[in-house]
Design a protein around this ligand. Structure first.
Ligand SMILES: Nc1ncnc2c1ncn2[C@@H]1O[C@H](COP(=O)(O)OP(=O)(O)OP(=O)(O)O)[C@@H](O)[C@H]1O
Ligand SMILES: [Zn+2]
Length: 814
């Protein structure tokens, strides 16, 4: 069979890619990265061309004839070659169908089935009779139109299909697949514009007309019709009159859907780089023009000016005519950065995170693809943005756990960024004040080049840290210790600001029965319900389910329920009682449900309208508030309780980041840590602000225990609605893993199997969860091991009845 051929990935959970013949009339458009319509069984399906070849696939029997591609749906590829390669890598590394990886990489809607559009043929364009026909007239006016839309727009939908078919038979109209990227097209608005001088007489006589003309004068670009209608009484009547006289025109204009978080930033010219910053800049900049691939670890203490270095490097990349990608952990952090980046890069910037409305996202994605926007600032999935000719990737706060997606494609965006940079042959900068141990390890092996910013800007001192042993506090001071209360009062007295940090929202962490000891639990998840006092409601923080507080204990029937433990809402109440004059803002997922709320709260702190900021991890990192001089950590132990080998690492990172919010301006900072574990090694490291020493100790113990980064972990997660079925499937899976491990052991490639065990969160959203852990010494071994197990699992009926997810490099053992 003669070529060319295309390897196509269907947008579905299909394990394998498929091959199709490329008919000669589609040859030019059928390029890798373009979406196509292909036959699949008796249906058609949509997918994307991953590669072209002149020979059929080698394992194909010669008598098989490949079916042809039906249609190419894009004028130009929507995925760049490096992104195609990245998706293939992710599919293989995370054991996930490539077609579904593509769905993650493309904006929502882009993998939907294409719409059928109707348009005039060249003959139809010319023939005057189409002008008189209802359908023809609509098509003349609107251009190609979706079939459904056309039908709806026709005044007489009856007989529509019949009439359309007649026009088709006569060669005046045709159907086509129009994808419009599968995305809603650009948004259009109607604007009104003055097209000539209106007759002065009538203007004098009518106030409405007078105000209409006044509005339109001086607005050369036109005024949106909606505004005119709002401002002028009887606007439609007067517009019709003026339009008939030829003095105004109403026209449609494409409107860009922008999205801007209006954090007020003082206008300031870029500062001169400090010698430390300059040194970092000089180390990276030679790589910006043409690579090669080089990872850098930018290890800079809190407040050392990493952001400025990123912006200078991005600017330099743009000067070389290339694009740049900057990843940040989540919207809480990117709002402030967004304002800074927008100030510096203006219209060249695209912002990509979950807080950006869908329409604006699609506009930006199209702009990025077309090369109209060359700097992308975004959260996790921004790693998939089709930036033109990228010359630099930055991953800010690279240690942040939110870079790991915890469902579906469980990828780590930092690792994906590294792979993409390698595929492109460009530098990648991993920045943090507390780099992940994995990154520290790589830099010690000289695989990543370390770059250091050991001092704060202007040699401002790092904050001083103190510990309060909560075991010695009276029960009245359970939330705010005596020391923290006093310090808080002094800080506000001095006109400064304070930050109180607690990694738990809500009022009380649970409701307990004083008679039988039962804890009120979510009916869908195996966790206790959190009490929210303002709403007087119990809420599950995992599935969102809400319940009223029962009068009696559901277990024993006695009326003895009381709240226990505390969250940020309770801290707020406590501060209000202690310091009635404090101006408090609380930032957590209960008070901030939209990005606008967050911006408003952050603005309140920046402007000084608020002087006490209470929050969860949303406020713990990244923010630069110069007037915060006191940081109080209400409970330094919360993160230690996670059943995860990284609990120590996470705790130190979190606490050092929070501590780093203090004393960033002219006044030095003070940090008070409340704890019940004052001699824990993690707290000792935080107290000394000595991250490297912590890394030494932690890496040594990980090496002894053979934990990452010295070994590789993978978690199989088995879930179903039946507890017994889940347990049984997990048991069989573990047996399968142990058999496989024995064979691997025999060939000198050891792998260890742990479990099966119920997940710490045994039930989540009505599904029971068990897991099996696998540990191997090399990535290659883990890959082969998992492939072997998965292919065995596919032929086990007990395992086919449950859902089996693979989580490679798992984070929390949730
Ligand atoms: N060269 C410079 N001269 C003067 N001020 C600077 C300079 N570079 C940065 N700054 C200022 O220093 C402050 C701290 O910088 P930045 O927020 O970038 O720190 P960071 O390293 O990102 O800290 P963190 O890790 O805590 O987020 C900011 O207010 C910034 O405007
Ligand atoms: Zn729940």
């Amino acid at each position: 069979m003669a070529g060319p051929f295309a390897e196509v990935s269907i947008f579905s959970a299909l394990e394998k890619t498929l091959h199709y013949a490329i008919p000669s009339e589609l040859n030019a458009g059928a390029r890798p990265g373009a979406r196509v319509l292909v036959p699949l069984g008796r249906r058609s399906a949509t997918g994307l061309i991953l590669a072209r070849a002149d020979c059929p696939p080698p394992d194909m029997p010669p008598e098989v004839r490949l079916k042809p591609i039906l249609a190419v749906l894009d004028d130009a590829p929507v995925l760049t070659p490096d992104l195609i390669a990245l998706c293939r890598w992710l599919a293989s590394y995370y054991f996930y169908p490539v077609g579904e990886v593509l769905q993650t990489a493309l904006p929502s809607g882009a993998t939907n089935a294409p719409q059928v559009f109707v348009r005039l043929t060249p003959a139809g364009e010319e023939r005057a009779e189409t002008q008189r026909d209802e359908i023809g007239e609509l098509l003349h006016r609107r251009g190609p139109t979706a079939l459904a839309e056309l039908e709806a727009a026709c005044g007489s939908p009856r007989g529509f299909r019949q009439k359309l078919r007649e026009l088709e038979n006569r060669g005046l109209v045709e159907r086509c697949h129009e994808w419009r990227c599968g995305l809603p097209g650009p948004k259009t608005v109607k604007v009104v514009r003055l097209a000539g001088e209106p007759d002065p007489g009538p203007i004098e006589h009518n106030a409405n007309l007078k105000s209409l003309v006044a509005l339109l004068r001086g607005a050369d670009a036109g005024i949106p019709l909606s505004v005119v209608r709002r401002e002028v009484r009887n606007a439609d009547y007067w517009l019709r009159k003026l339009a008939a006289a030829g003095t105004v025109r109403v026209e449609e204009r494409e409107e860009e859907r922008t999205f801007r978080l209006a954090q007020a930033l003082p206008e300031a010219p870029p500062p001169r780089l400090t010698p430390d910053q300059q040194e970092v800049f000089d180390a990276v900049s030679p790589y910006l023009a043409s690579g090669p691939f080089q990872p850098f670890m930018l290890f800079g203490v809190t407040g050392s000016g990493k952001t400025e270095v990123y912006m200078r490097l991005v600017e330099e990349t743009l000067k070389r005519g290339r694009g740049a990608l900057v990843l940040v952990p989540e919207i809480g952090l990117s709002t402030q950065l967004e304002a800074l980046f927008r100030q510096r890069f203006g219209e060249r910037l695209a912002v990509w995170h979950s807080g950006v409305p869908e329409g604006a996202r699609h506009d930006q994605w199209r702009d990025i693809l077309a090369g109209r926007r060359t700097v992308v600032l975004g959260a996790r999935s921004a790693v998939f943005m089709p930036v033109r000719d990228p010359g630099l990737i930055v991953v800010d706060e690279e240690h942040d756990p939110s870079y790991k997606q915890d469902d579906h494609l469980r990828y780590h965006a930092r690792d994906a960024a590294l792979v993409r940079a390698r595929l492109l042959g460009i530098p990648v900068v991993l920045g943090s004040a507390t780099p992940s141990l994995q990154t520290i390890h790589q830099s010690r092996l000289e695989r990543y080049r370390p770059l250091l910013l050991p001092r704060r800007i202007l040699d401002r001192p790092l904050p001083t840290l103190e510990i309060v042993d909560m075991r010695r506090e009276s029960s009245r001071a359970r939330i705010l210790s005596h020391r923290l209360r006093t310090a808080l009062a002094e800080t506000l007295q001095a006109g400064d600001q304070a930050l109180l940090f607690l990694n738990r929202r809500g009022f009380a962490t649970c409701f307990l029965c004083g008679v039988c000891g039962a804890v009120l639990q979510c009916s869908s998840c195996s966790v206790s319900l959190t009490y929210h006092q303002r709403e007087k409601i119990l809420r599950c923080h995992y599935c969102g389910k809400e319940e009223a507080v029962p009068e009696r204990c559901p277990a024993c029937g006695h009326a003895g329920l009381f709240p226990l433990g505390f969250g940020t809402e309770r801290v707020e109440e406590e501060v209000r009682r202690e310091l009635p004059d404090a101006r408090i803002v609380r930032i957590d997922r209960d008070t901030v449900s939209r990005p606008e709320d967050l911006v408003e709260s952050l603005d309140a702190v920046r402007s000084g309208r608020a002087n006490v900021l209470i929050g969860t991890q949303m406020v713990g990192k990244g923010h630069d508030f110069p007037d915060i001089t006191l940081v109080g950590v209400i409970n330094a132990d919360t993160a230690l309780q996670f059943p995860d080998f990284r609990a120590g690492e996470t705790t130190v990172q979190l606490l050092m980041q929070v501590a780093g919010r203090a004393g960033r301006g002219e006044q030095p900072g003070r940090v008070i840590l409340q704890t019940y574990n004052q001699f824990h090694y993690t707290l000792e490291a935080v107290l000394a602000l000595d991250y490297e020493r912590f890394c030494d100790i932690e890496l040594q113990s990980r090496e002894q225990l053979r934990y990452p980064p010295f070994a590789r972990f993978l978690k199989f997660l088995v879930t179903s609605r039946s507890e017994a079925q889940t347990r049984e499937a997990a048991r069989r899976l573990a047996a399968l893993c142990r058999e496989t491990a024995e064979r691997f052991d025999a060939s000198g490639r050891p792998a260890a199997v742990l479990g099966p065990s119920p997940a710490p969160l045994l039930k989540l959203k009505d599904r029971y969860r068990w897991h099996v852990f696998v540990k191997a010494w090399t990535s290659r071994d883990l890959q082969d091991f998992t492939e072997t197990v998965l292919s065995g699992a596919r032929s086990d009926p007990a395992l086919r009845r449950v859902q089996l997810a693979v989580d490679r490099d798992p984070m929390m053992s949730m």
